[in-house]
Design a protein around this ligand. Sequence first.
Ligand SMILES: [Zn+2]
Length: 489
Amino acid sequence: MLPRACFRQRGFLCCALSPRYSGGMVQPRTLGELERSGYRSRPVRDELRGNLLARIARGERILPGIVGFDDTVIPELENAILSGHHIVFLGERGQAKSRIIRALTELLDAEIPVVEGCALNDDPLAPICRECRRRLHELGASLPVAWHAREARYGEKLATPDVSIADLIGEIDPIKVAEGRYLADEETIHYGIIPRCNRGIFAINELPDLTEKVQVGLFNLMEEKDVQIKGYKIRLPVDVVFVASANPEDYTSRGRIITPLKDRFDAQIRTHYPRKLADEIAIMEQELPALDRGELPVHVPEFIKEIVAQFTFEARACNEINQSSGVSVRMTINNYESIISNAEKRAVRLGESEIVPRISDLHAIAASSIGKLELEYAGEERKEIELVTRLLHRAVLAVFDARWQVENLEELCAYFTDGGGVEVSDMTPAVDYMEAIRGIPGLREAVQVCTPIESPRFIAAASELILAGLHLHQKLNCNTEGGRLSYRG
Ligand SMILES: [Zn+2]
């Protein structure tokens, strides 16, 4: 922590420069107060470094809530921060890159003093802009000081070919020129987002989508602290930590990024999708938005969570899908939401007391998957639906095989070969499954493998998984129509 003002002042409360009270401490509101408080300013990279070291010393981890990067991304990121590097994250879509970048603000001080009203968040102890230097000269110790929270010290921009130097760095303000200011005077500039992030973090997403001209401007700012605006060289010694993200294929393809700019990003960190199913599940549960479902609790059987995550894993391993753009974790989260919603409709329509998704709800994931899977050979919509169905079958089979062996379910199979049948659907009440359980020999025992017989809805879900697994092992026939499935021998 930085030394804070520890003196107390009384009697200034109605004055414009009155000290602000924060947690019992008084924050300096003028340069004089700031100097007396013993405050020392430091460059952003030193601030990030110092706060990270303090966290490490306390045994705290950075980026709480980011799952699956403990052994890969996080150690590399820590080293980059400790080294004061500008960082580029390379990864396919939906790998939490933006989230990691935004979380870096947590490593900034809670608040820093700035010259009040300065667009560049100037340090009151060492202002860089001409206006602040003039005000400092005029006002001296009474130069007004404001405090900026860490969230206000972060800016981000999605790179597109439309992003201009004016957006990122600045442009000449014709009104100020008309007021009679000299054109090369820095006070004629309307600052863009990067100077406004002075003393903070600036993130640019999809870096390769910037035009070459803008890349050159960015490089000049990072390297020389000089920029050319409309032919005028403007000195802009901003203190900004740059963080970028890019798709690896775009970043490495020749000509997409000018080499000197690439060189300015000292650390290149490769992100990845969760490597373990458990991590994909942890993210999907963590990200599930809390919706008001009235009195109804949501209980999702483990095997359903596994199927949703496994479906994404199957998609990421599928050569019919363009893997260079990737399959986002967002698909997993959206699919999880879809099946819970389908189960919720059932619970509400049938007046059940809990929401328990099951196999007959899985059809609901088509709508939340199709738009997120980029096919290698763009085809008709029918092909996309076929692909989703195939991937879903693989996922169900994998989860079934992890629990049962078909050879141990002979009694159950025999019931169907002998002419038995059963029809289930996403609107069948769970109690109906209790009837079936009694009527189909071997089903009850099979259900017990994966769920303790506790709730009729869990039994319904487990029964459906067993029937689906046997069907995928070609032991049963199945006719499917939406959420209605009829199984025959
Ligand atoms: Zn200033």
